[in-house]
Design a protein around this ligand. Sequence first.
Ligand SMILES: [Zn+2]
Length: 386
Amino acid sequence: MKPRWLTVLVLACTLCVCHRAAAQAPANAQATKTRNVILVVSDGLRWQEIFRGAEPALMNKAAGAHDPAALDREFGGSTPQARREKLFPFLWGRVARSGQIFGDADHGAQARVTNGKNFSYPGYNELFTGYPDPRIDSNDKVMNPNVTVFEWLANQPGFEGRVGAYGSWNVFPYILARERAKLRVVAGWEPSPEAEPTPGEAALGAVITSIHRTWSDCGYDALTYQLAREYLARRRPRVLFIGLGETDEDAHEGRYDHYLHAAKRADDALAQLWDWVQATPEYQDRTTLLVTADHGRGDAPVEWKSHGANVKGSERIWLAAIGPDTPALGARAGVEITQSQIAATMAALLGHDYRAFAPRADQPIRDLIAGAQHKSPAKQSPQPAP
Ligand SMILES: [Zn+2]
């Protein structure tokens, strides 16, 4: 039998080790695997195309398609499933298999904006802050009075200098309050702000200054996307926003063919982005990708071109998510989410409680975060949507 003092000593050492281990655990130890979040928005891309693919009633000259037969060969199909897989092979191939897609109103799953305005600045504000703000009632270049989840995260330990946003629309510097937030925001026809650009950034800059500009307030998505990729590879942000704008521009112009091609290019860009993420050790299996829209649009045959408070159905959006914390539940049915939940969801995936800072923000979508589903279920739709 050991002397009693030895037992006391062993016990004391054991306690000492436990105490030290506890003291060394980081204060913000997180249960999630996500260390990086990438949010991509395709401006005004409808839930109808996401879930039903190209709409047969719009693949014609009346909806601006110059070569309906070619468009049908490219995106046509006898079922919504066949059409959507042609238009969005990444979303319906990889995300639907390994992640989740919300907003299928044909199956009682609604995703909607809550700001009542159904246009861009109010939508991006709701998306980035987690709540609608009635003061934001135009797309004017007015500095956002609200602190976004991007600005807030950029001030959290481990995120300093590692939050960035690249967007085609030239209002993003105001929505994200670039001057106040001191965020990396590059938007519209701006070239890379790097003092010593990479060869890729320099080449893109040369294109930006010399190319024809179809829209004065919206740069080309290919340039926005490639600049974002250069930034991602070089600066390794932990939170990145990529804002694509051509889907909205093409729809306003009443060109359904251009709109579909812009949507397909967005899907191609997502596939390439995800390939890079999963081939890069710092990001592989540690990154969640969220893809959504800032607002919806109206229905065929005319109102699909526009959106707003008076355009029926333009409050309906969608959300796709793939990442290490997101259970593979595929296309969701009978579950409702709102745009106002996405900001807190981004923070929660990163192990942060955004609502402790912004109590007005809506709760995270817990179905997207393994282990959190049962704490607070997503809102259940009482009945399928009409
Ligand atoms: Zn628009």
